[in-house]
Design a protein around this ligand. Structure first.
Ligand code: CP3
Length: 348
C-alpha cells in the first residue's frame, strides 16, 4: 500500500476507509522501555537532531503497537534551535529558553533571524524523515510543528507555565509586537513542516496545545491567522490536522476557514458533540481520555467503543487519545487498543 493512499491519509481527506485508522500522540516516548534505553546519555534536543536515533525512536511504536501511522520523533522547539535560539528541554519540565522574548526589543532581535535559516539547518531532520519513510514501506509518517501561540507560550515566559499569561498579555498590550512575533513563528513552523514534507511525510499535524487558555475572540483576532499562515504552504501537498487542548469554546475556529482537513479533539467533548460544532466537510481525530488508560480493560474497552461510535458522526474518524500518552502508561494497553480498533470496521 502506498502511503498516499493509506487508510490514514484517506480518512484525513474525508473518505471513510474500510477500517478506522489509529495512532497515539506521544506514542514515541517514555512509555516505551526501548525508548528509555536508547535515550540514556543523550539530551532530548540532541536526540531529535541525530538522524539515526530520531529515525529509530520514530519506528519503535510502529513495530510494537502496529499503529496506522508513525509520528516523527522531534519537538515543537526543534525549529527554534535550528534558527539558533538557545533552548533546552529539561526532563520532567519541558522547553526552557536562555532569553525570554518579552519586550519589543526582544521581538525585534529574534525576528531579525531569517526563517529560511531553519530550512538551511534542517538537514538532520530531512535525513531522519528519509530513513523513516524508507523503513516504513507503505505506512504513512506524520510530520508536525508547534503553532505560533503554543511556541510563544514557552518563548515569552521563558519556560513552561500554567496559564501562559505573558504571551496572552502581549497580544493585547502590544498587538504590533505580538503580530511580528507570531508572524515570525508561523514562518519558522512553515519551514519545519516544509522540510518534513519535502523528505516524505504524508500528512502534518499542527499542535496548538495551549490555545485553550485563550478567549475565543483573542484566538480569532490574534492567533488563528498566524496558524493558518503556518500551514498555508504545505496544505496543498498533504492533509493537515489541527489539534489543541481545551479548545471546545471555539472548536469551529480550529478549522481555520476550511484550510484544515482534520480537527483533533481533546477528551473533554464527546466526538458527536464536536462534529455538531465543527459542521460538515472536516474529519475528526481523537479522543480517548488518557486517564482511562489506567482503568480495568473492560472499562477502557467500553470507552474506546463509545469513542468510535460517536466518531461515526463525522465524515471520517482517526482514533487517537485526547492528548499525549502519559509517560507511566503500560504500553501493552496501547497495543490492545490498536487490536480492538482494527477488529472493528468503520461502517457497520
Ligand atoms: O510521539 C510523538 O508524539 C512525537 C514526538 C513529540 C514530542 N514532542 C517528543 C517529546 C511531539 C509531537 C512533541 C510535541 C510537543 N512538545 C508539544 C505538543 C504536543 C503536546 O503534548 O501537547 C509540546 C507542548 C511540547 C513541549 C514539550 N517537550 C513538553 C511539554 C515536554 C515534556 C517534558 C517532560 O519531560 O515531561 C517535551 C519533551 C518531550 N518531547 C519528550 C518527548 C518524547 C520527553 C523528553 C524525554 O523523554 O526526556
Amino acid at each position: 500500500m502506498d502511503a498516499v493512499t493509506s487508510l490514514l491519509v484517506r480518512a484525513y481527506r474525508g473518505d471513510r476507509p474500510e477500517r478506522t485508522p489509529v495512532w497515539f500522540m506521544r506514542q514515541a516516548g517514555r512509555s516505551l522501555p526501548e525508548y528509555r534505553e536508547l535515550r540514556v546519555g543523550t539530551r532530548m534536543l540532541d536526540a531529535c537532531l541525530d538522524p539515526a536515533l530520531a529515525a529509530e525512536i520514530t519506528l519503535q511504536p510502529v513495530r510494537r503497537h502496529g499503529v496506522d501511522a508513525a509520528i516523527f520523533f522531534s519537538d515543537i522547539v526543534v525549529p527554534l534551535r535550528l534558527a539558533g535560539v538557545a533552548v533546552e528541554i529539561e526532563p520532567g519540565r519541558g522547553p526552557v529558553f536562555e532569553s525570554p522574548v518579552r519586550t519589543r526589543e526582544d521581538v525585534a532581535k529574534l525576528t531579525a533571524i531569517d526563517p529560511a535559516e531553519v530550512a538551511a539547518a534542517a538537514a538532520p531532520v530531512r535525513e531522519a524523515v528519509g530513513i523513516v519513510v524508507d523503513e516504513l514501506g507503505g505506512i504513512p509518517l506524520i510530520g508536525f510543528a508547534g503553532a505560533p501561540f503554543t511556541l510563544a507560550a514557552y518563548l515569552v515566559e521563558g519556560g513552561p507555565s500554567k496559564e501562559h499569561l505573558r504571551a496572552r498579555a502581549m497580544m493585547h498590550a502590544d498587538p504590533d509586537a505580538w503580530g511580528r512575533l507570531a508572524g515570525w513563528l508561523a514562518r519558522v513552523a512553515a519551514e519545519f513542516l516544509g522540510a518534513q514534507v519535502d523528505a516524505g511525510a504524508s500528512a502534518v499535524q499542527l499542535f496548538d496545545s495551549w490555545a485553550g487558555s485563550l478567549l475565543p475572540s483573542a484566538y480569532r483576532a490574534h492567533v488563528a491567522p498566524h496558524s493558518r499562515e503556518a500551514i498555508e504552504a504545505v496544505r496543498a501537498r498533504v492533509p493537515v490536522v489541527h489539534f489543541g487542548v481545551g479548545t471546545g469554546p471555539f472548536l469551529a475556529d480550529m478549522r481555520l476557514d476550511g484550510a484544515v482537513d482534520t480537527v483533533g479533539v481533546d477528551w473533554r467533548m464527546p466526538l458527536d458533540a464536536a462534529v455538531r460544532q465543527l459542521g460538515a466537510g472536516v474529519s475528526v481525530q481523537g479522543n480517548i481520555d488518557p486517564a482511562l488508560l489506567r482503568a480495568p480493560w473492560p472499562v477502557l474497552e467500553a470507552h474506546v467503543r463509545d469513542v468510535m461510535r460517536r466518531g461515526r458522526a463525522a465524515r471520517a474518524h482517526v482514533v487517537n487519545l485526547g492528548h499525549g500518552v502519559p509517560p507511566d502508561t503500560d504500553p501493552g494497553v496501547l497495543t490492545r487498543i490498536v487490536e480492538l480498533v482494527h477488529a472493528e470496521t468503520a461502517d457497520p
